[in-house]
Write a protein that binds this ligand. Structure first.
Ligand code: PLP
Length: 447
């Protein structure tokens, strides 16, 4: 019997406890409540921000037992903090995972997720169309740590996957809705490729959010987020998240994941033996986040779990605004093209309908006439949209990737990725759509 049902059967004079286990409730209910913790001292309805670096041990023995894992209590906020725990449980509930770790940024989430899987001398395969910062992270810092990232350009081509995946490839990485081209991938297909090779699929679900798609349901093993974006929603602070799907067979893979499957100290069972379906999350938290230190501050954890409370409402508006704007732009005489998979005629339209009901988020690209000069006039003519780098804020934003996020890329790579001189990335906010269209229209008249 769920707690829900217990309510129906209870003694009519009894005072019922508030619900704290939100399993089985609707997405919209879980986004508001999941993970919240009872605050008995004052009855504060919102879980207070736990501004503390560490936690008092009850005794000598308690300190020892917490460190050895025999007792459950908290140790230090680099591993866990009660404010982070609210955000973690809420995201676990929405993504359908087994455990989440929140970290200081999306880049910290991607680094943590992949460093828990691959080490020096090993490889990761990624789809080619991904956020520029992730490509830079792979090409610079991952390379410096000896982890090589290979790219697949046509993710529908099984032969290309089979050529690129090598015996020491430890993960496949992709984005559900890639930034900035909105060239969505078929994650169901990628999960099949990953399963065939016995490799976990790691999916950056930042732009889609669990409101639109839950990659674990399609076979992804791990989900990461720049929670700075839609999850927090208001552009006020950075955060990131790593979700363990709890569904990958670490011991059964032909590839070795020794940090999970082998004992790391004499006499102590492996992480997998101790933690089962949350083993990957435990490894990421205890061996990567704890060592490297990208902990999320309690204040930003609060911004994150409070932001999530309105996720579905914001997403509905982001999506309806985006659809109207993409359609309007695609008819505009000063626009060359719109990269939004949900527009009829887009090569990924069928996939957009199948996976997203033709609502592929609110970050997409528009190419204006006149190349870089056209892009400059357009951007400088915007007054409601902000010229800035960020996405997933309630505010609308525009950016010229070729001269900003992608400026350090070679011309050849920019061409291959389709980052042309006239291309602008838009992140559509939740303002009134007529005001947004009027702003775009005024700016386009200058092109
Ligand atoms: C899809 C995607 N993943 C990851 C990141 C990195 O996130 P953060 O800026 O929070 O480090 C971004 C940032 O724009 C992004 O768009």
């Amino acid at each position: 019997m769920t707690d829900h049902e217990q309510g129906f059967d209870s003694d009519p004079d009894a005072v019922l406890d508030p619900e704290y286990d939100w399993h089985g409730y609707q997405f919209e209910t879980r986004q508001v409540h999941a993970g919240e913790q009872e605050e008995r001292n004052s009855g504060a309805r919102i879980t207070p921000i736990a501004m503390t670096a560490g936690y008092r041990f009850d005794s000598f023995a308690d300190g020892r037992d917490r460190f050895s894992g025999k007792a459950d209590g908290l140790i230090y906020s680099r591993q866990r903090n009660p404010s982070g725990t609210v955000a973690e449980r809420r995201i676990t509930s929405l993504e359908g995972g087994t455990e989440t770790i929140v970290v200081a940024s999306g880049q910290a989430a991607i680094t943590t997720a992949l460093f828990a899987l691959a080490e020096s001398g090993e490889r990761i395969v990624s789809t080619a169309s991904i956020y520029s910062g992730t490509r830079i992270l792979f090409g610079r810092s991952f390379a410096r740590f000896g982890v090589t990232v290979d790219y697949v350009w046509d993710e529908s081509d099984d032969d290309e996957w089979d050529r690129v995946i090598r015996p020491n490839t430890k993960a496949i990485f992709t984005e559900t809705i890639p930034n900035p081209k909105n060239d969505i991938v078929d994650i169901e297909h990628l999960a099949r490729v990953a399963a065939r090779h016995g490799i976990p699929l790691v999916v950056d679900n930042t732009i889609a959010t669990p409101y639109l798609i839950r990659p674990i349901e399609y076979g992804a093993a791990i989900v990461v987020h720049s929670a700075t974006k839609f999850l927090s929603g208001h552009g006020a602070g950075l955060s990131g998240a790593i979700v363990d799907g709890g569904n990958f067979d670490w011991a059964g893979s032909e590839r070795s994941y020794p940090m999970l499957t082998e004992a790391q100290s004499p006499g102590v069972p492996s992480v997998l033996e101790r933690h089962g379906r949350t083993a990957y999350a435990r490894l990421a938290r205890e061996a990567v986040v704890n060592d490297m230190g990208p902990a999320l501050s309690p204040f930003n954890s609060f911004l994150l779990h409070q932001g999530i409370e309105t996720l579905s409402l914001r997403m509905e508006r982001h999506l309806s605004n985006s659809r109207a704007i993409a359609e309007w732009l695609s008819e505009h005489p000063r626009v060359e093209s719109v990269d939004y998979s949900s527009l009829p005629g887009n090569p990924r339209y069928e996939l957009a309908q199948r996976l997203y009901g033709a609502a592929t988020g609110s970050v997409f690209a528009v190419t204006v006439r006149g190349g870089e000069d056209g892009a400059r006039r357009f951007l400088d003519g915007l007054r409601v949209f902000s010229r800035m780098t960020n996405i997933g804020d309630v505010r609308s934003m525009a950016l010229h990737p070729a001269t900003t996020t992608h400026f350090s890329f070679s011309q050849e790579l920019r061409d291959r990725l389709g980052i042309s001189p006239g291309l602008i990335r838009l992140s559509i906010g939740i303002e009134g759509v007529d005001d947004l269209i009027a702003d775009l229209d005024a700016a386009l008249r200058r092109v």
